[in-house]
Design a protein around this ligand. Structure first.
Ligand code: ZN
Length: 401
């Protein structure tokens, strides 16, 4: 401690030694004057100069620091602006994905409405299979809420919530429709098989050739883009359409109001030369002039004379199915005419290779004669499914046979 005070005293002495009283002689025009500059005056001057220096240093430092702080603020501000811009971009991306979802929903809705009109006309959608549909519809909102990331449905924006609900309802509707359509198609398939046809073959044939005058509703090519449920619905609707139209096209009414069938289908003895022959249809015996009725709805495709058959009327029912009415005495229909089942198209007679007044009735699938007996003797369950199919097909405006 003593050495420190000694040191301080030493420096004070050295400082004091810097300032000593001075006397300056000034001679002006021979007169000499004394100017006394005291140590005290020198100390004051030194202090004043030091104070000014200190003040200058302080001002400079303040300027430098404030400049540094401003630069720092600027960096901070631009960082904030950048993060705000990023947030805005995220919001814009979110908006655009919401818009994408909205237009996707619109496209699906349009497809559903198009299908409803094409396959069900103005009749309501099938009410069957609703339980199956509601049971599986619960998956729907999960898929859509992926839009909100991990957010709970309640945290989504109100417009997104609305879209989510709409998407869920739409999904439920399309699944309901799919279940109902599959149910109808299965019933029709069973009925078609009971009538002696191969349902898969019928669908394949329809795919390959299409009906001669039945414009199948073609799904837009981007139906697969609307999801697997829509692609499945597209296939199910097509299958239902072919099978039900096949049922409708197959004759089930007697071609004449006469009960007795005089001759069976298949191999028999030719009534003219006694040789073995193939009988391609069924014969109905009755008086000349008995009304001949269309056995199923369709379009008259031939009216005229054919070798052996005499006077003939042919009706095209679509699905490759045609009926032929032969040995007629007269016609009450024209080529191209649309006919309903049970509508009179001709009169019974005995033209061509005929032994007496009778109707020769044939049913042909893609040109090959099939036994009409299985259609004419169809059981009530098959007829019920057929009536249901006829009702739906008849409801389709502008596309009825
Ligand atoms: Zn015959």
């Amino acid at each position: 401690l003593t050495s420190k005070t000694n040191g301080l005293r030493h420096w004070r002495q050295r400082f004091a030694a810097l300032f000593q009283d001075h006397e300056i002689f000034i001679r002006t025009h021979g007169q000499v004057r004394f100017l006394k500059v005291t140590a005290r005056m020198q100390k004051r001057l030194a202090l004043a100069v030091s104070a000014v220096l200190l003040l200058w240093i302080a001002i400079t430092l303040t300027a430098v620091i404030s400049q540094f702080l401003t630069a720092h603020d600027r960096v901070e501000l631009s960082e904030k602006e950048a993060s705000a811009a990023a947030a805005e971009m995220r919001i814009a991306a979110y908006r655009s994905s919401v818009n994408d979802l909205a237009s996707e929903l619109d496209a699906r809705q349009a497809q559903l409405e198009e299908w409803q009109k094409a396959y069900f006309g103005n009749s309501p959608l099938p009410a069957e299979a609703e339980a199956t549909a509601t049971a599986t519809a619960d998956n729907a909102p999960k898929k859509i809420s992926a839009l909100g990331g991990t957010a709970e449905p309640a945290d989504l924006l109100p417009e997104v919530q609305k879209l989510t609900q709409l998407a869920a309802r739409q999904e439920a509707l399309s699944e309901h429709l799919l279940a109902a359509v599959n149910l109808r198609a299965s019933k029709a398939e069973v009925a078609v098989r009971k009538l002696g046809f191969n349902p898969q073959q019928m669908v394949r044939n329809a795919n390959a050739q299409g009906g001669p005058f039945i414009p199948y509703p073609k799904a837009s090519s981007d139906v697969a883009d609307k999801g697997t449920a829509f692609a499945a619905l597209d296939r199910a609707l097509y299958r239902m359409e072919v099978l039900e139209r096949t049922l409708v096209a197959l004759p089930s009414g007697n071609p004449a109001d006469v009960l007795m069938m005089s001759s069976g289908f298949g191999a028999r003895r030719d009534p003219f030369n006694g040789a073995g022959a193939m009988h391609a249809g069924l014969d109905f015996r009755g008086p000349v002039g008995t009304a001949i009725l269309a056995a199923a709805p369709g379009r008259v495709s031939f009216v005229g004379s054919k070798s052996g058959y005499g006077n003939v009327v042919e009706v095209d029912h679509g699905q490759g199915i045609m009926t032929r009415y032969a040995h007629l005495s007269g016609f009450t229909s024209k080529v191209g005419q649309k006919v309903a089942a049970g509508m009179q198209i001709a009169k019974m007679g005995s033209t061509g290779r005929s032994t007496g007044s009778h109707l020769h009735f044939e049913v042909r699938l893609n040109g090959v004669a099939v036994n009409p007996r299985r259609f004419l003797e169809a059981k009530a369950d098959v007829l019920e499914v057929k009536a249901d199919a006829s009702e739906r097909v008849g409801n389709i405006a502008g596309r009825a046979i």
